[in-house]
Design a protein around this ligand. Sequence first.
Ligand SMILES: [Zn+2]
Ligand SMILES: [Zn+2]
Length: 345
Amino acid sequence: MKLAVYTKAGQVGLTEINRPQIEAPNDAIIRIVRTCVCGSDLWHYRNPDIEKGHQNSGHEAIGIVEETGDAVTTVKPGDFVIAPFTHGCGECDACRAGFDGTCDRHIGNNWSDGVQAEYMRFEYANWALIKIPGQPSDYTEGMLKSLLTLADVMPTGYHAARVADVKPGDKVVVIGDGAVGQCAVIAAKMRGASQIVLMSRHEDRQKMALESGATAVIAERGEEGIAKVREILGGGADVALECVGTEAAVDQALGVLHNGGRMGFVGVPHYNNRALGSTFAQNITVAGGAASVTTYDKQILLKAVLDGDINPGRVFTKSYRLDEIDQAYQDMDERKTIKSMIVFD
Ligand SMILES: [Zn+2]
Ligand SMILES: [Zn+2]
């Protein structure tokens, strides 16, 4: 089968490898129907030290179950499923508390990778996979896009809002206008925020967020951006959702909050100088980490997509075939698309 690999900084190519096999009783082999490029993949793509042939970090897919291990009883070959980027066991304390993105059974993180490929092996399939009713041919392309967001970006945006406890009436600021930021806007609206301000300098992304429930967009950054938020909200925000992962984004999030506010962060941190205690003087609640993809999909998000209540699939503004994977990365890196989807026949 074909698998995307990083060939050098700024370049992705395909290699031919054997199809993955069942290795553990709780594994499933999935034939991929749609996958995509993640904002987090771009960190590897741009890395000047990436070694040739390094497996892609792609981790979001929907597909058809081909084969299951002996312990898998919840899905069977032929089922259409969401393959979350995380692999919760569903039984440990973390999973039971609704934090399957950081399942206790895993040491370190529990992310998929190598999913920009024709097939994948999915661990902890029995609990973590989410069955989608029917078959791909039952859905429009727009609906398939929304179902694909349920593997990562929509639950990730939702996670920021959940850990920051967005409640009805809250004033929320979203930092980051990429796919996760767009989904965080949707999530804030689902949870009843009365005002949702997106920090964004790109017209197409501003427009998308306004259609999803944002009540204002602010192009300014830094101190100027913070002043503008306070002007629009008539004071500080109750909640800031940080969906980027840089120090500047964290500063922006902390800066817009009133004392006692809450920050949810889901941007994979590319900083390491935030000491516990740095928010003491403002009494700010800080929470974040990998999303509880399976929990949110099963409890709320799959139904919201199937009912047409939310349309997160709009973040996929361009589609490619697997042999166009290099272009898919390049266009996303150059902001020609918000998120690149890979389509299989
Ligand atoms: Zn992702
Ligand atoms: Zn677990």
